[in-house]
Design a binder for this molecule. Structure first.
Ligand code: ATP
Ligand code: MG
Length: 739
């Protein structure tokens, strides 16, 4: 029992305390966001050590990310007062590797087996498809990998896949391919991520002696984010916990957001059946967020039917209402968020306390570009920055090659992406030629087309490729950078390559490519765009600097920040249309849980924004604010009519106006938006009109809003004017009268 001087127990509320000091046995802490589940888990772990109930080597603790694991070790050591070695503490993957290395030979691997990354997996799947004579255009490797992954998440080896689940991949050959894939892995002394736990399950179920050793060893098992475990993980835990039945799981069914990856929220709801006599503790006090933030989150999640329903309360102040801001488009949204963060920084707050959370990874592009422009340090957590993503690098390599064909790095990157039969051997010949003639790969390629150094088929492919590049170079004069990029991505087959990949991440890559094309609209020449990109890429922030975090909602699970921005709350984007299309009725509830996760990351301030318009291929289209906005109880929400710090010195009709007059009365939003779009069209017309008026530099004029002034410069239909009262401004000439 705890000693009275044990300060680590102080400050826990009675329910938390009960969970921390609970006697051995199955224990489930089922509670809402920010109620201290992770804190309870950590403190219980420390408590078990401090009271001597278990030794470090007898603990298995599973967290969702490596970062969470490091934090847990750190906190436990802080509580215990010294270093703790020998615990099994980490992610499911990390724990799986550890167990598998110790018993690899039982599943016919050597203990030095390698773990394939996604690319390797893809390559292997491709070989398997080819060996089986299956058209990998129709049945892409990625899709096979996805299928195998799903089976592995369910805990099924090839011999365990039920006949009813085989499905129609490659006309019903999915299972054979799975077998072949596993066979290849074995030959390579390798496994993929999904295998880590699957092999462990095989070992534990087929070797009772090994199972018993681990069952006896782990006197305490602790699991965070239990709602997101998949079947394989669940089975593994259940096996290991059988001897001591001393398992503590914490989770929140309202935060189950990984069903698309095989997580089964049912695991948490079935806990009491799996472990009869389990103690279930509920925590209701939220320590993280202000009253308004918590009220908004609770009101939203109450709309879900599939839930256990829980009350959450806080003793904290009401705080500020959740701000909801409608911006003109995604650029303006990024600009506005950037300004808000700067003003937060001016109030002497840290950037590290700020997070911007997005639903889809393409959304980071506008934010990143704006932050770079402003010099606001940021990091993208859980993925590369926009311009560092593989598909964006590929696309940019194409554009670089068009702009300067002698760019060898660009040439090499995409000459055979998508596959055109210009493989390593052919490239070696091209390289030799280039070296011999001191010319670029592009020129060497042209030179080779007149020789028979290359096999006829390869030569034809190369010639076709070079002709394509030359044609695009010709297009450069007539086409805008955006049109050119569309042509290049289309004719090269690059977009098509991703379209063929029917895997979950392919869709995201296609979205990123679309976003790239959109980014090009801002530029008059390809060269200007490429220069912009290189500046952006160069801008790698100092890793020790105080930085804003940008990440997806999925990546933000378990984290908390003082000030959170949730961007892009528009129908289609969030809730996400693709998720709804793929997941049916259940998907909407999962999207809503994701919104709940997002809102509950915020401690003191929360701002939600949406863009009223999206530009798709040069066309404005209006978007409808997310239904989730309507679902936030109005008393917790402050709908901003216009940006509070809208700079009055800017003409609202200019691009750099911080805020467009966006309707925030959602009830009539469709009608109002239609009006707005019309209005904007007029503005655009006004703006694009060529200088029709006869104004001269030095002329005195009158402006509707700013009064009298003198023209200092003329640029198309924009006039730079020194106003007598309002100072220097740029305005559109149609609002100006000669005096
Ligand atoms: P999530 O569902 O988002 O993972 P959680 O339930 O795991 O949330 P924690 O992250 O453990 O919640 O705790 C949320 C915040 O509340 C943390 O900052 C934590 O330190 C604080 N907290 C938890 N319990 C207490 C307490 N008894 N007294 C003061 N602060 C607490
Ligand atoms: Mg937590």
């Amino acid at each position: 029992s705890p000693r009275p001087q044990d300060s680590y127990l102080q400050g826990l509320n009675p329910e938390q305390h009960a969970a921390v000091v609970a006697e051995d046995g199955p224990l489930l802490v089922l509670a809402g966001a920010g109620t201290g589940k992770t804190r309870v888990l950590t403190t219980r772990l420390a408590h078990l050590l401090i009271t001597g109930r278990v030794r470090p080597g007898e603990i298995l603790a599973v967290t969702f990310t490596n970062k969470a694991a490091r934090e847990m070790v750190h906190r436990v050591e802080g509580l215990v007062g010294h270093g703790v070695q020998g615990m099994w503490l980490g992610t499911f993957h990390a724990m799986g590797v550890r167990m598998l290395r110790a018993h690899a030979e039982l599943v016919h691997l050597k203990s030095n087996f390698t773990i394939l990354d996604t690319d390797d997996q893809q390559r292997l799947a491709k070989q398997v498809l080819q060996a089986a004579n299956i058209d990998d255009k129709k049945w892409p490797p990625r899709a096979l990998v996805g299928l195998i992954q799903r089976w592995k998440d369910k805990g099924w080896r090839p011999d365990q896949v039920p006949a009813s689940e085989v499905g129609d991949f490659a006309l019903g050959k999915g299972l054979e391919l799975y077998e072949a894939y596993q066979g290849r892995l074995a030959t390579l002394n390798a496994c993929d991520f999904g295998d880590l736990l699957l092999h462990c399950l095989t070992i534990l179920t087929q070797h009772p002696d090994v199972l018993e050793r681990y069952q006896r060893r782990f006197k305490a098992i602790l699991v965070d984010e239990y709602q997101d475990t998949n079947v394989a993980q669940y089975l593994w835990l259940r096996l290991l916990a059988q001897t001591w039945r001393n398992i503590t799981c914490v989770g929140d069914d309202d935060q189950s957001i990984y069903s698309w990856r095989g997580a089964e929220v049912g695991n948490i709801l079935r806990f009491e059946q799996d472990f009869p006599g389990a103690e279930v503790i509920r925590l209701e006090r939220n320590y993280r967020s202000t009253g308004h933030i918590l009220g908004a989150a609770s009101g939203l999640i109450a709309r879900n039917r599939q839930r256990h329903g829980k009350t959450l309360w806080t003793d904290d102040e009401e705080g500020q209402q959740v701000k909801v801001a409608g911006l003109w488009d995604e650029e303006e949204e990024a600009r506005w968020i950037g300004d808000e963060i700067e003003s937060w920084q001016r109030q002497k707050h840290k950037l590290a306390d700020v997070a911007v959370l997005v639903r889809a990874s393409f959304q980071t592009r506008a934010l990143e570009e704006r932050f770079i422009q402003m010099g606001l340090p940021y990091r993208v957590i859980g993925g590369p920055r926009f311009y560092e993503r593989a598909e964006i690098r590929d696309a940019i390599a194409y554009l670089r090659l068009v702009a300067s064909p002698d760019d060898d790095l660009a040439f090499e990157r995409i000459v055979n992406v998508p596959k055109r039969g210009i493989g390593d051997a052919a490239m070696k010949t091209v390289h030799n030629m280039a070296r011999a003639g001191h010319v670029s790969l592009y020129l060497a390629g042209h030179a080779l087309s007149g020789t028979d150094d290359l096999a006829a088929r390869t030569r034809t492919s190369l010639v076709n490729f070079l002709h394509m590049v030359d044609r695009w170079r010709g297009d450069m004069r007539e086409k805008s950078p955006r049109e050119l990029a569309e042509t290049v991505l289309d004719e090269s087959g690059y977009t098509e390559m991703w379209r063929q990949e029917r895997s979950p991440d392919a869709a995201g890559r296609l979205e990123n490519l679309k976003e790239l094309v959109k980014a090009l609209e801002e530029f008059d020449t390809l060269a200007a765009f490429l220069e912009h990109v290189s500046l952006v890429m160069e801008n790698a922030a100092d890793p020790t600097a105080d930085m804003v975090s940008i990440m997806t909602l999925h990546g933000a699970k378990g984290l908390e920040f003082q000030n959170v921005f949730l961007a892009g709350w528009e129908e289609g984007l969030f809730p996400n249309q693709r998720a709804l299309d793929e997941g049916g009725a259940k998907a909407l509830e999962e999207e809503r849980r994701l919104a709940y996760v997002g809102i509950t990351r915020a401690r003191r301030r929360l701002t939600i924004s949406f863009a009223a318009n999206r530009r798709v291929y040069g066309q404005w289209s209006s978007s409808v604010p997310s239904r989730f906005l309507d679902e936030l109880p109005s008393k917790h929400v402050d709908h901003l009519e216009r940006a509070p710090d809208a700079r009055p010195d800017l003409d609202p009709f200019f691009d750099d106006a911080p805020f467009a007059p966006i309707p925030n009365r959602f009830r009539s939003r469709r009608a109002e938006q239609a009006k707005l779009i019309e209005g904007r069209a007029e503005i655009l017309q006004v703006r694009s009109s060529t200088p029709s008026r006869k104004f001269d530099i030095g002329q005195r004029i009158f402006h509707d809003k700013f009064g009298y002034g003198r023209i200092e410069a003329i640029e198309g239909n924009k006039l730079e004017i020194a106003f007598e009262k309002a100072g220097r401004k740029k305005v559109v000439d149609s609002f100006v009268e000669a005096t």
